[in-house]
Design a protein. Structure first.
Length: 344
């Protein structure tokens, strides 16, 4: 069977097909695909043998095709995932022989990643300041936060502050930075009394993050990286690529899944009736990262309030400087709601 790049969403896998293709023609899985680079499915069996091995049959799990799509986005859609996996699984020496078989991750991965839930409960309700770090080291957590990005010196970052009266002038550049440590409150990343700088990669994201509403006036600060600073961020936003990391797939799966769970908590908005105890686990993670990666100047994670937006937390605001501030007024707000049960 011949397969083409349109059968996959993983960019590294698509590039492998282009690089190793020796013919063009009609794909056996894409009815409308003509004169495209083709590769024999057999060329991908080694990759899939390693990849499928991170799953185990679990009657209480979910279909492997759905889990792959949910966590790895390997295929363009679940339908194509099912038909291609069906052929591939028949050729592998695996107990998983059908894409509808329910699975979970192997115990090694689950023990590492689901410990995040145990840790959250432990530091909120039991031993907040004397958490057993050895348990994290045993699960190799320090290695799982090594994926970093370096911000370009040319990149601009943004921060917004709400105004409290219509005649208020924009904040000056100094007051667009962190509050003084004597008054700083707890945040998703910082404990009370320890100021971190919260920034976003675009203006729109900052407006969502401060919960700006219709006709609010805001100050938008524009920040740039200081010329002599390297801004290294632990990256919670990386796009998963099983193909690129197949030679270390178990450790990569641990890192990818763990950071995804933590990123969800980092970006989760605190509601009016939530307790500040909800901040403690993600505050701990930031301290843990600072302790284990001395080069890290902060973290980058996805915004849950603005789809596609990226947020940045800097542990030290001296890495950047505010170069200008502009007063803006919110002119449009879209709010949607859905019905929920009391159990959700």
């Amino acid at each position: 069977m011949k397969i083409c790049i349109h059968c996959f969403a993983d960019q590294e896998l698509r590039q492998f097909i282009v690089t190793n293709s020796t013919e063009k023609g009609k794909c056996d899985y894409c009815a409308d695909s003509f004169e495209t680079e083709l590769l024999d499915v057999g060329e991908l069996l080694d990759f899939f043998a390693e990849f499928i091995a991170i799953f185990k049959i679990d009657p209480k799990g979910i279909a492997i095709s759905r889990l792959i799509q949910n966590d790895w986005n390997l295929f363009p859609d679940e339908w194509k995932c099912n038909i291609i996996l069906s052929d591939i699984l028949k050729s592998l020496n695996s107990s998983i022989v059908d894409p509808s078989i329910t699975v979970s991750y192997i115990d090694d991965i689950l023990d590492c990643t689901l410990y995040w839930e145990t840790l959250k409960s432990e530091i909120k309700w039991n031993t907040r300041f004397l958490t057993n770090i050895d348990k994290l080291d045993e699960r190799h957590w320090p290695l799982l936060f090594k994926q970093t990005v370096v911000l370009s010196p040319a990149e601009l970052l943004f921060r917004a502050r709400l105004h409290y009266s219509g005649d208020q002038k924009e904040f000056d550049t100094i007051n667009m930075g962190c509050p003084d440590k004597s008054v700083v409150s707890a945040g998703r990343a910082n404990p009370q009394g320890i100021p971190f700088l919260y920034l976003s990669k675009n203006i729109e994201t900052t407006l969502y993050e401060i919960r700006a509403t219709f006709l609010d006036d805001v100050s938008i600060g524009k920040f740039k990286i200081k010329g002599d600073c390297d801004v290294v961020l632990v990256d919670f936003t990386e796009i998963a690529s099983a193909f690129l990391n197949v030679d270390k797939i178990v450790e990569y799966a641990k890192s990818m899944l763990l950071k995804r769970y933590i990123s969800t908590d980092l970006s989760k908005p605190i509601r009016r009736y939530d307790s500040e105890l909800e901040y403690i686990p993600t505050q701990f993670i930031c301290e843990y990262i600072r302790y284990n990666n001395k080069d890290a100047a902060g973290i980058m994670f996805d915004s849950s309030l603005h789809i596609g937006g990226k947020n940045i937390v800097l542990f030290d605001q001296d890495k950047v400087e505010c170069i200008s501030v502009e007063k803006q007024r919110v002119t449009n707000v879209v709010i949607e709601a859905k019905s929920i049960s009391n159990h959700e």
